[in-house]
Design a protein around this ligand. Structure first.
Ligand code: ADP
Ligand code: ASP
Ligand code: MG
Length: 403
């Protein structure tokens, strides 16, 4: 079998941990499998590099940030390759460019356009273990190094697995699978044997950082056999992320997600004219800002109020965009003391009373809900950040997810 194995930041966080990862790879190799390992930077490294840049500039060029941030993954890929090599295994490390990963030109949030697998195929045919530096590629036009957004090594692994038609893509992290909610918040959370791509995509998009959302999207598109498991307990079977039809028993609610990295933006007293929402949200989209929950109140006296949420990382750029509407807006305010809690489950489609149960659970804890949005398979609520963990546990209880 050809296996793509991805090791996250904590799994390669120290030299001992890198040694541990080498042992996992050796075992799999010794069983006769071909291996492409994809590695993250050592934990904390990417944040440290961002802080370094910020000590010089509030607004460093995105392409320079990519040059900087991509270095973290390269360090681990080389170190892992060196240790495997020392133990008698033929290996080669590869940067994103060497692995053939071509992206668009949007630095720090690049999307993968294509993967030329020829280099990797050649190395495998020569019997080598490949160790790819995750999180990066090279831009199509200027051939500069690009990065794939936070958590992007997951995407590297899934995209490679899809392109090279690997038999499985195993994402090794510090928990042994996907749980009904973050087990660090709710110790009663239960591990799932399987979860559908769609539910996992919702959970990931709504804050469960155990898998990067774009990697799940890609896995679904390319039909990648995706497994989440632990590098600390590699003998434990993880969670399979798969097609909905492969899951026999579909619970109404599969999990609860929490996202603290959200800001509520309020634009008040906006001139109420046809096309105003389109103009504002087009400007935000052009600035590559991921706008999520949107509420527009009924216009009074030719004015309307808009409330929406954005990721904290887009705060600075969002300020620049809203500034361009200052003649049409009375006041803009930002609240970063909020969070988004979400209930996710494919079974919601065919069940009633799921939403009211969530609202009741939060009401019982005296938690006020600021914004609500729903889709076929999720309910999201904005609440004060100080209630984040309490809200998650209350919802987990309300749907009996520990049972
Ligand atoms: P890595 O560094 O390996 O990429 P991450 O820190 O990105 O790992 O993701 C793993 C973390 O995701 C876990 O430590 C856990 O706290 C968190 N997490 C959030 N939601 C879930 C969930 N539903 N199931 C499992 N882990 C979750
Ligand atoms: N090192 C990058 C990050 O911290 C990418 C990754 O770990 O997946 O976001
Ligand atoms: Mg991660």
């Amino acid at each position: 079998m050809l296996k793509v194995l991805k090791f996250g930041g904590t799994s390669v966080g120290t030299l001992d941990r890198i040694r541990n990862v080498a042992n996992i790879i050796k075992d799999i190799r010794d069983e006769g499998h071909d291996v492409i390992a994809v590695v993250s930077a050592m934990s904390g490294e990417t944040n440290k590099l961002i802080e370094y840049a910020q000590s010089f500039s509030n607004n460093p060029t995105a392409s320079e940030m990519d040059m900087l941030l991509s270095s973290g993954e390269r360090v681990t890929s080389a170190l892992l390759s060196i240790t495997l090599n020392e133990q008698g295994y033929e290996t080669t490390s590869m940067s994103g460019r060497e692995a053939g990963i071509i992206t668009d030109n949007v630095h720090t949030k690049a999307r993968i356009e294509s993967i030329d697998t020829s280099n990797m195929k050649k190395a495998i045919s020569e019997g080598k273990i490949i160790v790819v530096a995750g999180f990066q590629g090279v831009t199509q036009d200027s051939k500069r190094v690009s990065t794939l957004g936070r958590g992007g090594s997951d995407l590297t692994a899934v995209a490679i697995a899809g392109a090279i038609k690997a038999d499985v893509c195993e994402i090794y992290t510090d928990v042994d699978g996907i749980y009904t909610t973050d087990p660090r918040i709710e110790p009663k959370a239960k591990k799932l044997d399987k979860i559908s791509y769609d539910e996992m995509l919702e959970l990931a998009s709504l804050g469960a950082k155990v898998l990067q959302n774009r990697s799940v999207e890609m896995a679904k598109k390319l039909n990648v056999n995706l497994v989440s498991r632990s590098s600390f307990t590699p003998e434990v079977e993880g969670t399979l992320i798969t097609k909905e039809e492969n899951i026999m028993e579909k619970p109404v609610v599969s999990g609860i997600a929490l996202d603290k990295n959200q800001i509520r933006v309020g634009m008040y007293g906006v001139t109420d004219r046809p096309g105003i929402a389109s103009t504002i949200f087009t400007a935000l989209a052009d600035a590559k800002i991921n706008v999520d929950m949107i509420v527009q109140t009924v216009g009074v006296d030719g004015k309307t109020d808009l409330d929406f949420t954005i990721p904290t990382t887009d705060w600075e750029i969002c300020k620049k965009v809203t500034e361009t509407f200052k003649d049409e807006t009375k006041k803009v305010d930002y609240n970063d003391k909020i969070c988004k809690v979400s209930v996710v489950g494919v079974g919601m489609k065919s069940n009633t009373g799921v939403a009211s149960k969530a609202f009741t659970a939060l009401a019982n804890e005296n938690i006020n809900i600021r914004i609500i949005s729903t889709s076929e398979i999720k309910i999201s609520m904005i609440v004060e950040e100080k209630y984040a963990e309490l809200a998650v546990r209350a919802l987990h209880d309300a749907y009996n997810l520990d049972k």
